[in-house]
Design a protein around this ligand. Structure first.
Ligand SMILES: Nc1[nH]c(=O)nc2c1ncn2[C@H]1C[C@H](O)[C@@H](COP(=O)(O)OP(=O)(O)OP(=O)(O)O)O1
Length: 166
């Protein structure tokens, strides 16, 4: 199974609500859709280090103090395809900048474009952005690539204890 990360930087919008930093993905899996910065673990890398590296590479933001918010398993035709570690943070330095991989955009958490994201995101991302923790399994069918397969069903567990060691 491919091991991946997603990181959701949050900032106070100055009006008692939050913005989240999303990217419009410019290439690879999920191209053209919005998501958090993130990607595949390199060999020997911890998930947390991967989330920090990918966020720096994709949007030029140095994130710190990542809080583990979710563990998601994506199955394709009954087999494990991707395991994804999800983080959020309010601690970062720098200004988001576009790269070849991603175009960043601060978006109000109540205005996340779920219609332009993976079909599973509206099920778990609102809770993650509200501070909850989640473990989820999402089943896709129809063959590779995953972003052309159909999302068929899922199981979710909220308020899970994820520890902070990875
Ligand atoms: N169903 C799904 N819902 C979701 O929100 N994110 C998903 C997802 N399935 C995969 N992802 C995320 C995990 C990971 O951050 C990203 C895919 O990883 P990568 O960006 O590394 O993939 P790429 O094919 O672009 O890889 P590279 O060619 O190495 O850049 O998509």
């Amino acid at each position: 199974m491919i091991e991946t990360t997603l990181c959701f930087p949050l900032r106070d919008d100055g009006d008692d609500a939050d913005d989240v930093l999303l990217i419009e993905k410019r290439r690879g899996l999920g191209e053209g859709w919005y998501n958090g910065p993130g990607g595949k673990l390199e060999s020997g890398e911890t998930p947390r280090d991967c989330a920090v590296r990918e966020t720096r590479e994709e949007v030029g933001l140095d994130v710190r103090d990542l809080e583990k918010a979710g563990e998601l398993t994506f199955l394709l035709d009954g087999e494990g395809h991707t395991f994804c570690h999800v983080y959020r943070t309010r601690s970062f330095e720098g200004e988001p900048t576009s790269s070849e991989e991603a175009h960043p955009e601060w978006v109000p958490v109540d205005d996340v474009p779920y219609d332009r994201m993976w079909d599973d995101d509206h099920l778990w991302l609102p809770g993650v952005l509200a501070g909850n923790t989640v473990a989820g399994e999402f089943r896709f069918e129809g063959g590779k690539p995953l972003d052309e397969a159909a999302f068929v069903d899922h199981d979710l567990e909220w308020g899970v204890s994820l520890g902070n060691e990875n």
